[in-house]
Design a protein around this ligand. Structure first.
Ligand code: HEM
Length: 461
């Protein structure tokens, strides 16, 4: 809650100067290691940086809960150091970097497309596209047991689903081209803040990112032009909804660019972690398969068109595998906002103007909220008591909370649940190594080197 500045408060723990600088650097170069160190040495709240670049890292679920309970105006996007790179990549008017009434206006038109009832219509398409991806994988597999990086396969599949569901067939047909155009911008937003500072110098990485963004804009503009020439759609998708929303073309373009960017890389990174975790636990893969055989039917008698909401709710174990992967590996390790007023959190006061970095990664590994927090255990979500459910709800935050919470949370979980179930049905996965790859990326955290796994067709495939 906003507070009077003169109320008594305990100082926020702050590392001494040398450690402070080291931890800020590490947050960009090795984010999970930095976050683990911050929470182990300084507790659930810790102040880094100094002066105008003061960042308060919050990892304690209770404090994050309090943060999301503060009025919206006390917790804003706009801050000169917060949005430099992101705004350059997704656009100044993107809902992601907007506040207040502008944010509401830009988010509202997309909202109906994410309603559960509308999303359920996409279940057959997701299964169809997953089958096509598996067929393609098998066609290219050099032999049973070959090592394959499952990450790009998941990326392409998930991008194709997002494009088709929200922007139609013409967009979906350009999946490879659009996927390539997002690679550099996504690398750019992971770079340290100083490397993201604006400059007009040509032939630099930033200039290439600008060029990619312009090409993406041309693709969006072409589609807008085609739709404006044609009759209004019977069942409007997200782009149709935006075209009828009264937003300017620049605003529409920024929302489309953001929805694609926010939607597919996050889900693909979770997919990669989930594959690695599931391959390390053969009993998990076997249980996924047994459930999928039961719910989706025998592999030689597939009828994706027959599947609907009931299919999804019956894939209970697959849903828990997805939740557990998201707990341990939330795509965004931190979410950043600026304190619009002095904000009290627990015994502390975060001063107006400070950046607040709340961490779903730390909350998901909080030892007071989770039993054996580092163990991958999908069954932890089964049969929760009321008390456990409360702790779980408070500490499971991969999609954020509040007005900026993830628009695609239901879509992402639905895609991942159906995809993992179908994969478990059709192929065997093993990993030759017991360690997980190094996690890289603060905005979208993914396994370094992808998800390299040994793939074998299921007997009878
Ligand atoms: C596993 C996958 C995903 C994860 C972990 C994830 C995570 C998040 C998080 C944490 C936020 C809030 C950021 C903040 O408060 O600062 C967010 C916002 C957002 N997400 Fe997702 N997301 C995922 C998938 C998707 C999908 C599939 C879509 C759409 C196709 C999507 C669209 C968005 C949009 C548009 C926002 C901004 C909302 C706003 O600012 O009002 N996300 N996401």
């Amino acid at each position: 809650m906003p507070i009077e500045s003169d109320l008594a408060s305990r100082p926020i723990p702050r590392p001494a100067r040398g450690d402070n600088v080291r931890l800020v650097r590490k947050l960009f170069s090795d984010p999970p290691v930095a976050l683990d160190e911050i929470t182990a040495n300084y507790g659930p709240i810790c102040a880094l940086g100094a002066g105008p670049v003061s960042v308060v890292v919050i990892g304690g679920p209770e404090l994050i809960q309090q943060l999301f309970a503060t009025p919206v105006e006390s917790f804003r996007w706009a801050h000169k150091f917060n949005v430099i790179g992101l705004r350059f990549v997704i656009g100044r008017t993107s809902m992601i970097v907007s506040d207040g009434a502008d944010h509401d206006r830009r988010r509202a038109p997309a909202q109906p497309a994410f309603a559960r009832r509308r999303l359920n219509d996409w279940i057959p398409t997701i299964l169809d596209r997953t089958d096509a991806a598996i067929d393609r994988l098998f066609a290219e597999l050099p032999g049973d047991g070959a090592t394959v990086d499952m990450y790009p396969i998941g990326r392409r599949l998930i991008l194709g689903i997002t494009l088709q569901a929200f922007f139609g067939d013409r967009f979906a047909a350009r999946v490879d081209e659009i996927g390539d155009l997002y690679v550099r911008p996504q690398r750019f937003i992971e770079a340290p803040a100083v490397k993201q500072l604006p400059h007009p110098v040509p032939f630099t990485f930033r200039a290439k990112v600008r060029e990619d963004r312009r090409t993406i804009d041309r693709i969006i503009d072409d589609e807008i032009a085609v739709r404006r020439r044609g009759a209004p759609a019977d069942a409007p998708d997200v782009l149709d909804a935006y075209l009828g929303s009264g937003l300017s073309d620049t605003e529409i373009r920024d929302q489309v660019r953001s929805l694609i960017g926010a939607g597919y890389d996050t889900t693909a990174a979770t997919f990669a972690w989930m594959m690695l975790r599931a391959a390390q636990a053969p009993d998990v893969w076997a249980r996924l398969r047994a459930e999928a055989d039961d719910v989706l039917g025998p592999i030689d008698q597939q009828q994706p068109a027959n599947h609907d909401a009931a299919t999804l709710t019956s894939l209970v174990f697959a849903g828990r595998v997805v939740r557990e992967a998201l707990r341990l590996h939330p795509a965004g390790l931190i979410g950043v906002r600026a304190a619009g007023v002095d904000v009290r959190l627990g015994d502390h006061v975060v001063r107006r103007g400070a950046l607040i970095a709340w961490s779903p990664y730390l909350a998901g590994r909080d030892p007071a909220s989770w039993v054996e927090p580092l163990r991958f255990n999908p069954d932890r979500f089964a049969d929760l008591t009321t008390g456990q459910k409360m702790l779980t709800d408070q500490a499971w935050l991969p999609f954020g909370r509040g007005p900026h919470s993830c628009l695609g949370f239901a879509l992402a979980q639905m895609e991942l649940t159906l995809i993992v179930a179908r994969l478990a049905q059709r192929l065997d996965l093993t990993t030759g190594i017991s360690d997980l790859p190094r996690p890289v990326g603060l905005v979208v955290n993914r396994p370094e080197g992808g998800a390299r796994l040994c793939v074998t067709r299921r007997v009878g495939e």
